[in-house]
Design a binder for this molecule. Structure first.
Ligand SMILES: NC(=O)C1=CN([C@@H]2O[C@H](COP(=O)(O)OP(=O)(O)OC[C@H]3O[C@@H](n4cnc5c(N)ncnc54)[C@H](O)[C@@H]3O)[C@@H](O)[C@H]2O)C=CC1
Ligand SMILES: O=P(O)(O)OC[C@H]1O[C@](O)(CO)[C@@H](O)[C@@H]1O
Length: 386
């Protein structure tokens, strides 16, 4: 079995590539990072360090790599011959990799009809569906129809915390022990792709929302509130009892939405929240606040980790979730100049106020009750700023 994986970064090497190799796939990583591609080609293996109560090392073997900028034809040929194409590049990169995936599909469709599955492993709702739209924009109608018969685009939810890496070996990747990869079977063609440890589900909706509105919501609160208090890592922020209480409150609010909307059992969801908070506090990892806070405009999106559960909470319960509102306010205060989205967000706020930013990026009109709550929290943070 052959898998082509776009994005040999933290989650690509530390989670997806490692699981695919363990499942028996020959994994070809595709990346634009020349050093990582070169080292993967030279060595054909790398180390995953699982940092839990004990430290465990696992070797991922039999991998290779291609540079999507300089080896485009080889990437196309690899896709044409693959059983599986996966991505972990970041939502904003999906349009950039779509043309080469489309070219691979064209070559494949001309030669054979064996099933191919495509899975985008990004932190977003409908990630693979979004990738499919980008890919299909490069195919003719006839090619789209053919692709519909043999290419299955499967949405998924990926969960494993893989922080920025500080190992001397640039290929080694330190990860947390926990992982969960839920893959929707709705668009499977033929048999489900054999992936050890993946959880195949008929309907991804409850799983992606549980993950995004718990792990990513809580992480975002910890990061944005931690940034305001000048902590460097999520672990340090979570030791601050006030921040931890705010994270707890926001997760109780998003949890109420998840329990009511998807029927997750309240006690089981409480255990899921507790596990998640334990993961944020893992003393064997050091997770930079700047990494978790990255791309605040994306994270302010109407379908993303803060605004989506907050809006749904308002609609379901008829009042405002103040913990989530505080998280949104803290995001609006994120002004680290190393992050291009943070700079753009601050410019929008300077020109149009926070109401303008909430309208533009979150789709929230000024009359929405959440806006007043965010404004109040935002003002309070200004007063407390020292
Ligand atoms: N790190 C984590 O804990 C988790 C990350 N994710 C998601 O996984 C995705 C990737 O995140 P990370 O691995 O953390 O980021 P990363 O920055 O470590 O990895 C992204 C990789 O994509 C590569 N890349 C960029 N443009 C490319 C292109 N045009 N073609 C091929 N490769 C390209 C980069 O060089 C980099 O190696 C994101 O959507 C993130 O939300 C999901 C769950 C966990
Ligand atoms: O990867 P994103 O969407 O920028 O957000 C960072 C978040 O994603 C993760 O990397 C993985 O779930 C978390 O560590 C964090 O909540």
């Amino acid at each position: 079995m052959r898998a082509v994986h776009f994005g040999a970064g933290n989650i690509g090497r530390g989670f997806i590539g490692s699981l695919l190799a363990a499942s028996g796939y020959d994994v070809v990583f595709v990346d634009v990072n020349g050093q990582i591609v070169r080292l993967l080609k030279e060595r054909g293996e790398y180390r995953v360090i699982v940092a839990g109560e004990q430290r465990e090392e696992q070797w991922v073997r039999g991998v290779s790599a291609l540079n999507s900028q300089t080896e485009r034809e080889q990437v196309i040929a690899a896709i044409a011959a693959a059983d599986l194409v996966t991505t972990a590049v970041g939502p904003h990169i999906l349009p950039a990799i779509a043309p080469v995936i489309a070219a691979g599909l064209k070559q494949r469709l001309a030669a054979r009809q064996a099933p191919l599955h495509v899975i985008a492993c990004e932190n977003m709702i409908g990630g693979t569906e979004t990738l499919k739209q980008h890919v299909f924009a490069h195919l003719s109608e006839a090619e789209q129809q053919l692709a519909g018969e043999s290419v299955g685009f499967l949405n998924c939810a990926v969960d494993r915390i893989v922080p920025n890496q500080t190992n001397d070996d640039p290929l080694a990747v330190t990860v947390e022990p926990f992982f969960e990869w839920a893959i929707e079977t709705r668009n499977v063609i033929g048999a489900v792709p054999p992936i050890q440890g993946a959880h195949f589900v008929a309907d991804l909706g409850p799983y992606i929302e549980r993950k995004l509105f718990t792990v990513n919501t809580g992480h975002a609160l910890a990061a944005y509130l931690g940034y305001l208090k000048q902590y460097e890592t999520v672990q340090d922020a979570m030791k601050d009892s006030a921040i931890r209480a705010d994270v707890e409150q926001a997760l109780s609010e998003s949890g109420a939405v998840l329990v009511k909307k998807h029927g997750w059992k309240a006690d089981e969801h409480r255990a899921y929240i507790d596990t998640t908070i334990g993961r944020f506090m893992n003393p064997a990892l050091s997770d930079d606040i700047i990494r978790v806070a990255r791309s605040p405009i994306r994270k302010l999106g109407p379908n993303d980790r803060l605004v989506a559960p907050a809006v749904q909470y308002c609609a379901l319960f008829g009042n405002v979730p103040h913990g989530l509102a505080k998280g949104i306010a803290a995001l609006l205060r994120f002004d680290d100049d190393r992050d291009v989205e943070a700079a753009a967000l601050q410019q929008t706020i300077a020109q149009h106020g926070i109401e303008g930013a909430l309208r533009q990026y979150a789709g929230l009109e000024s009359g929405h009750p959440l806006v007043a709550a965010v404004r109040e929290e935002y003002g309070r943070m200004e007063k407390n700023k020292s």
